[in-house]
Design a protein around this ligand. Structure first.
Ligand code: ATP
Ligand code: MG
Length: 583
């Protein structure tokens, strides 16, 4: 069977020198396995082998060492389908296990450079498989061609040379997953990079996994509250939804995602922040911010920074999603932020050009749409039979000069269930979060809004639309009648209420009270520039006056007519007192 082998020396590795009898046994083995080839046996010391021998004949490796056998057993156990009860399966695997000595497949590096290596001799390797180079660097098969394959490298290519050996692992590129990841910062391969020691993994998931099918899903029907009034009232997001955050640079995109994460405190939601192509220092700052605000223990940060290889940046969002799926399949709710997918597409374009794939529009390869669609399809609200868990995705896209019609923005807009469009001009005019109320949309979240929020926010969108129209209409006219002036200040007041400082999420009852008071014109007579301060005072006053009401709205998600009337009467009393104080 090994007649193709043309090596003349067989290398025998072990910690201790073999005895004459052992040498004789290996010589016999060689004569049997490679008949007709005069192979000389040469011994080399390898202290890392804990008992036993390893024999290398050209590309064939026979592993009789304890280490090799344990490795085989570990692979058997890892291959078990761990969705079922693993104990009986594990027992069976151990009973069935007989150490075998099959040659490992080795290949040779043909060319290497720029994060890519071409390899000959690994005929059976499959797409996505992990390969290990002789210096320990790992790579992933990314393209199969006749007689050779292309592999992207997950590390520095300078230690690899043409002619080096490459070993198949038989494993598809994946990440370890588990509870232990909560509170940690990891790289795209799931290794900790926060200096807080190793992470105990519960399972190993491939980075690319199929999205849940239609039967396994249920409609989005529970809210994923962001704590931002501009979003929860107008563009509500539901658990399992994919809502794009899109805008130019420095328009508060990350801030919206970060506030949403902070708002999940105490709500039993696992938050994953995937940083792609950012400065390592910005990610460190964000992690520190989360830690300081006591949010890190339900967060996981996956970081592939700008200085990491394009291949790591390429797999980071998939790896983060796999880590999230582990929690989703346990029936938990997950929120995942991809910051940002523009840089992800750029990393993929760099890889594709190095792999000599033909460039298409904006030099992106033809399958760049699939790059993001297969990622975002993995967000879902699972059916009750599948545990009812969910994964909500907030992908971020950076636009150039507000151009949403560029290639990548249009792609991602068409894959997601809505977009929050952040605008520079609003941001600089002080309207933060800079959500453009006219262009943003949330296509499925309305069903997920609580009854209380739906009832309270009812007419807001219409009122704002009227205000915007009137604003344009009256821009150049100086003498306005009183009714129009009132209409304008009412609209301005609403826009002011949508402003919200960073790190100050509003709970559900605070949003409901604000909306009921504002949309019923109770706050109408407070000067626009005082309205934010007055809002805060009013909410604190409500908490003192009727804590039961606040608590009731939060826990039931309902707004009864009695409660609505109570809010109106308390709000009127507050405004009267506020105005008296001001005089
Ligand atoms: P980049 O394109 O660099 O990733 P970005 O769009 O993610 O930027 P952020 O980093 O979130 O923008 O925000 C830019 C700046 O604006 C930050 O300094 C942030 O603190 C500030 N900022 C964002 N939102 C608000 C807000 N609601 N109130 C006050 N300041 C804010
Ligand atoms: Mg950002």
């Amino acid at each position: 069977m090994n007649s193709m082998n043309n090596a003349s020396t067989a290398l025998l590795y072990s910690a201790q020198e073999p005895t004459a009898a052992q040498r004789k046994r290996f010589a016999d083995f060689l004569a049997r396995t490679y008949p007709g080839q005069a192979l000389t046996l040469e011994w080399k010391e390898d202290a890392s082998l804990a008992g036993g021998f390893r024999l290398e004949v050209g590309p064939d490796i026979y592993d009789w060492s304890l280490q090799g056998r344990m490795q085989q057993l570990r692979q058997r156990i890892e291959a078990l389908d761990n969705s079922d009860n693993v104990l009986p399966l594990m027992r069976q695997a151990i009973e069935d296990w007989a150490p075998s000595t099959k040659p490992e497949e080795m290949g040779t590096v043909l060319t290497v450079g720029d994060e890519i290596a071409t390899i000959a001799g690994l005929e059976d390797a499959v797409y996505g498989e992990v390969l290990v180079f002789s210096n320990g660097i790992k790579g992933m098969v990314q393209e199969l061609r006749p007689g050779q394959l292309c592999c992207v490298l997950f590390g520095d290519s300078s230690g690899i040379e043409a002619g080096d050996q490459v070993r198949r692992t038989g494993k598809i590129a994946g990440v370890p997953v588990g509870e232990g990841f909560l509170g940690r910062v990891v790289d795209a391969l799931g290794s900790p990079i926060d200096g807080a020691g190793p992470i105990q993994a519960d399972a190993y998931y491939p980075v690319e996994r199929p999205a849940p099918g239609i039967i396994d899903r249920q409609p989005v029907n529970q809210p994923m509250e962001t704590g931002l009034l501009a979003i929860d009232a107008l563009f509500p997001i539901g658990r399992g939804q994919r809502e794009l955050i899109i805008g130019d640079r420095q328009t508060g995109k990350t801030a919206v995602a970060l506030d949403t994460i902070l708002n999940q405190k105490g709500k039993n939601v696992v938050c994953i922040y995937v940083a792609i192509g950012q400065k390592a220092s910005s990610v460190a700052l964000l992690a520190e911010n989360l830690r300081r605000r006591g949010a890190m223990d339900y967060c996981i940060i996956v970081n592939a920074s700008a200085s990491d290889s394009a291949s790591l940046q390429y797999i980071a969002p998939y790896a983060g999603t796999s880590i999230g799926e582990y929690f989703m399949h346990q029936g938990r709710d997950v929120l995942i932020v991809y910051d940002d997918l523009s840089k992800h597409a750029i990393a993929y374009r760099a890889l594709s050009l190095l792999l000599e794939r033909s460039p298409g529009r904006e030099a992106y390869p033809g399958d760049v749409f699939y790059l993001h669609s297969r990622l975002l399809e993995r967000s879902a609200h699972l059916s009750d039979e599948k545990g009812g868990g969910s994964m909500t995705a907030l992908p971020i896209i950076e636009t150039q000069a507000g151009d949403v019609s560029a290639y990548i923005p249009t792609n991602v807009i068409s894959i997601t269930d809505g977009q929050l469009f952040l605008e520079s001009s609003l941001f600089f005019s002080g309207q933060r979060p800079a959500v453009n109320v006219g262009l943003s949309v949330s296509r499925v979240g309305g069903d997920a809004q609580t009854k209380a929020m739906k009832k309270a926010a009812g007419a807001m969108r219409l009122d704002l639309a009227q205000y915007r129209e009137m604003e344009v209409f009256t821009q150049f006219s100086s003498d306005l009648d009183d009714a129009t002036k009132r209409q304008l200040t009412y609209g301005q007041g609403l826009m002011r209420l949508l402003r919200q400082k960073q790190y100050s999420p509003l709970s559900q009852h605070e949003q409901v009270i604000t909306l009921v008071a504002a949309l019923n014109h109770v706050l109408q007579d407070i000067p626009v520039e005082q309205i934010s301060g007055a809002q805060r005072q009013m909410l604190d006053w409500f908490a003192e006056q009727d804590a039961a009401l606040c608590q009731r709205i939060d826990s039931t998600g309902l707004l009864t007519e009695d409660d609505r009337q109570q809010i109106l009467s308390l709000a009127r009393t507050f405004v009267a007192q506020y105005q008296k104080k001001g005089q």
